[in-house]
Write a protein that binds this ligand. Structure first.
Ligand SMILES: Cc1cc2ncn([C@H]3O[C@H](COP(=O)(O)O)[C@@H](O)[C@H]3O)c2cc1C
Ligand SMILES: O=C(O)c1cccnc1
Length: 352
């Protein structure tokens, strides 16, 4: 689906469904709002889907996999070949997110949106926009057409997953070097110093950290991304994994499918989506606070509060998947609990 068409089809959250969901929570025989953010998430999901009969039965984690040319600058502990290895492991049920998704009852949906070498495996979706991006310290990471291609693939994927019965999606990624691109995007969108939004990613020495911050500074200096042109920022200092995820967030808002943000990388993709299409902002659902320094900053910029603080920084969608059982628990109370009327206790009166 074309980006513009998707943006135009995003409507405000359904007020009536949200009011009905809130009324249901307020009638449950328990202290008002005592399930906190979990109640708010169920209300938001009602608003996204247009129904207070919230159904999260079929769930998937979309894992966008791609390589990043900036890895040449020595910004990671491992080489790009790890992207392909882990991508194939997703198809064999052998990666961390597979193990966690199994517990949460979610299907892992890996996508090769730009892995540098050929990858294959059962269930792997292939939309290889390019075999990895270019080194952003030397010029733009990709062309605008490539960024749009990845974005629009992500949008279309959400619509086809909705057709296949998916009712909630978690986001994940695999791409060596993608905390470098994520920090570059965060620095541009938040107007922050690269050092303030850069962490050790999948592990890095102090010397490696200096190279990483310098690579981000040089990429911004070279490409001069303009925050007022968010697609241009994504194209110049982003990655295909981030662009694909950005499309998933826009697609979720357009298709009325709730999409859970994972950690830092996924939150940056969500922020990019909200900069491209501000209406997406109301649709976003946080899961956990990444241990990467920029993680919380990006969620705060989106006005979101995560459910979980576990100091996780794994990626792959692991944090988003970890939130699913919590939502299931909240839904069990929402659906199955008796009301104040049932237990003959007077309902709470609104307080001041
Ligand atoms: C074996 C392995 C499995 C992973 N699974 C997720 N990531 C995570 O680490 C990468 C980002 O960190 P950086 O920017 O430092 O490369 C991403 O692929 C992310 O999902 C992994 C990283 C490795 C090494
Ligand atoms: O929070 C994340 O998304 C993250 C952080 C470090 C490495 N991989 C992912």
């Amino acid at each position: 689906m074309k980006l513009q068409q998707a943006i135009e089809s995003i409507h405000p959250l359904h007020d009536r469904a949200m009011a009905a969901a809130r009324a249901r929570w307020d009638s449950v025989a328990k202290p008002l709002h005592s399930l906190g953010l979990l109640e708010d998430a169920i209300v938001k999901i009602a608003g996204i889907t247009g129904s207070e009969a919230v159904d999260l039965h079929k769930r998937g984690v979309v894992v966008m996999c791609a390589d990043n040319g900036v890895v040449e600058e020595g910004v990671t502990q491992t080489g790009s070949e790890v992207t392909a290895i882990v991508t194939e492991n997703f198809t064999r049920g052998m990666a961390s997110v597979n193990k966690m998704a199994k517990v949460a009852g979610a299907d892992v949906i890996p996508v090769d949106i730009g892995v540098a070498c050929p990858v294959a495996g059962e269930g792997l979706l292939i939309h290889k926009v390019a075999p990895g991006t270019a080194n952003m310290t030397k010029g733009p990471a990709m062309t605008r057409a490539q960024a749009l291609d990845a974005l629009e693939y992500g949008i279309g994927l959400v619509f086809s997953l909705r057709e296949s019965g998916y009712r909630i999606l978690a986001t994940g990624e695999m791409g060596i070097g993608n905390t470098t691109t994520s920090s570059a995007l965060a620095a541009v969108f938040l107007g922050a110093e690269p050092a303030a939004v850069t962490g050790r990613g999948a592990g890095l020495s102090s010397e490696g950290m200096r190279r990483k911050v310098s690579a981000i500074e040089r990429a911004i200096e070279k490409n001069r991304p303009d925050p007022a042109d968010p697609i241009g920022v994504l194209q110049k200092v982003g990655g295909l994994d981030l662009a694909g995820l950005c499309g998933v967030f826009i697609g979720g808002a357009a298709a009325g499918v709730p999409v859970l943000i994972d950690g830092f990388i996924s939150a940056v993709a969500a922020l990019t989506a909200a900069r491209i299409a501000p209406a997406v902002g109301d649709y976003l659902l946080a899961s956990h606070a990444s241990n990467e320094p920029g993680g919380r900053m990006v969620l705060e910029a989106l006005g979101l509060e995560p459910f979980l603080t576990c100091r996780m920084c794994l990626g792959e969608g692991t944090g988003a998947v970890a939130a699913l059982p919590l939502l299931d628990m909240a839904l069990a109370v929402y659906r199955e609990m008796g009301t104040f009327g049932d237990i003959q206790v007077e309902e709470y009166k609104p307080l001041d």
